[in-house]
Design a protein around this ligand. Sequence first.
Ligand SMILES: NC(=O)c1ccc[n+]([C@@H]2O[C@H](COP(=O)([O-])OP(=O)(O)OC[C@H]3O[C@@H](n4cnc5c(N)ncnc54)[C@H](OP(=O)(O)O)[C@@H]3O)[C@@H](O)[C@H]2O)c1
Length: 264
Amino acid sequence: MTNPRIIWITGASSGIGEALALKWTGAGTLLILSDRNVTQIEVVADQCRKGGAEVLIVPFDLTRPDQIAIAVEKVQSVTSRIDILANVGGISQRSLILDTPSEVARRIMETDFWGHAELTRLLLPHMIKNGGGSIVVLSSFSGLFGFPQRSYYCAAKHALHGFFETLMLEHHRDNIHVTMVCPGRVKTNISYHALTSTGQEYGKMDIGQENGVTAAYCASKIDKAVKRRSKQVIIGKKEVIMPYLKRFAPWLFYTIATRIDPNA
Ligand SMILES: NC(=O)c1ccc[n+]([C@@H]2O[C@H](COP(=O)([O-])OP(=O)(O)OC[C@H]3O[C@@H](n4cnc5c(N)ncnc54)[C@H](OP(=O)(O)O)[C@@H]3O)[C@@H](O)[C@H]2O)c1
């Protein structure tokens, strides 16, 4: 990879995005950090600068295509090359299909699918013109199978797989590499900010999540996967058995999955 490395991370103020920023900081790196929370992103930016990177903060809301277009223009005015685009920002869900109004559903789909698809679509011609690059996409186990109270979150994550696999097939000759990242449970604030049926935050950490892998561990697995140009990486503890069961022993997967209480 040519120097300096230029890396754009969305969802960089917290959790996995923050951990990736800290993993990838270092002399000779320009980090472009995006999120809505400018105060918190400044804190992450300071740590990255201490780690030796140059940092550009480009705040935007993933649900706002107008803000995404402005963000791409702003980045293009500073650098026409991006070596790694990490589509990390996201929001989860804690509501049954029957209770979820369409405005909550749309907010989840816009954040978790449309925002990343739009940012990548606008950036892709510049990446191709500059010789290619890597695109990291934060999917989830919810991108591999359904899960109660995650209907629209699962739908958005599944949509990411269809979109980015197509992108990879259309542009592998342009040296564009896509790594789909599928973590199980990572100990971050994701469940705190998950949307309930009223559009309010869930406000607590799931017990399973409390015992999940750390964001730093997740970031180091993502780093290795990008270096190896892996098309997909599954990250977690014991729960990593589930994607393999779904693939190789679906009957057993459904026996276990249907025991989950949808109202729990
Ligand atoms: N933690 C897990 O167990 C787990 C498992 C599988 C997949 N993932 C995926 O990993 C990614 C990162 O999540 P995390 O676990 O690190 O959770 P997190 O700590 O809550 O981070 C989510 C990030 O997304 C940003 N974000 C949310 N809505 C946004 C919007 N509309 N526009 C711009 N940024 C927005 C948040 O910042 P602001 O709200 O400040 O903007 C925050 O920085 C997500 O895509 C999530 O689905 C997480």
